[in-house]
Design a protein around this ligand. Structure first.
Ligand SMILES: [Zn+2]
Length: 170
């Protein structure tokens, strides 16, 4: 699939959801949870090095997004947006349970409740591209909605703004 077609499709998916532009990741989770009628919990964990740095888990009653706690906030938010991308695109409909991941990550969660545990390696390449595109579109929307900071105010945000919004600008 051409990247432009992928992008258009992902933009349409987000537009159909009617997500608020300014949403931070927690607000996004709340809105998505409302849309799908199922709570989404965000849990920061020190994930095993062999596992991906994010993981979306679907149970009968709720979804959980695990993200690596031992990394920068910006990276954490990217991981969360990426995993939300999988949720948004419906990648979690297939009931795939990785018993190993379940034992490592969800020792307190009754395995019979878990309908799907998918790590990065379990997704197809197209699904990964979709989730990554959703993640970057969500980031772009959240940055766009913020007031443009003064150059000295927040160099990171400023650079992000420059890269995402105005790549050809000053
Ligand atoms: Zn992924």
């Amino acid at each position: 699939m051409a990247d432009r077609a992928l992008r258009r499709r992902c933009e349409r998916i987000l537009a159909d959801l009617g997500l608020p532009d300014a949403a931070g990741v927690r607000e996004l989770c709340d809105v998505l949870a409302g849309r799908q009628g199922r709570p989404i919990h965000l849990i920061g964990e020190h994930l095993p090095t062999s596992s991906p740095c994010g993981l979306a888990v679907r149970t009968e009653r709720f979804d959980v997004v695990f993200y690596e706690a031992g990394t920068s906030r910006m990276h954490q938010e990217h991981i969360i947006r990426h995993e939300l991308g999988h949720l948004i695109c419906g990648h979690l409909t297939a009931p795939v349970l990785d018993a190993e991941a379940s034992r490592l990550l969800l020792p307190d969660l009754d395995p019979s409740l878990v309908q799907a545990v998918l790590g990065r390696t379990d997704y197809s390449e197209v699904q990964e591209k979709e989730a990554e595109m959703i993640a970057s579109l969500l980031l772009r929307r959240s940055v766009l909605a913020r007031p443009r900071p003064a150059a000295t105010e927040d160099p990171v945000l400023n650079r992000l703004h420059h890269t995402l919004i105005d790549p050809g600008g000053r």
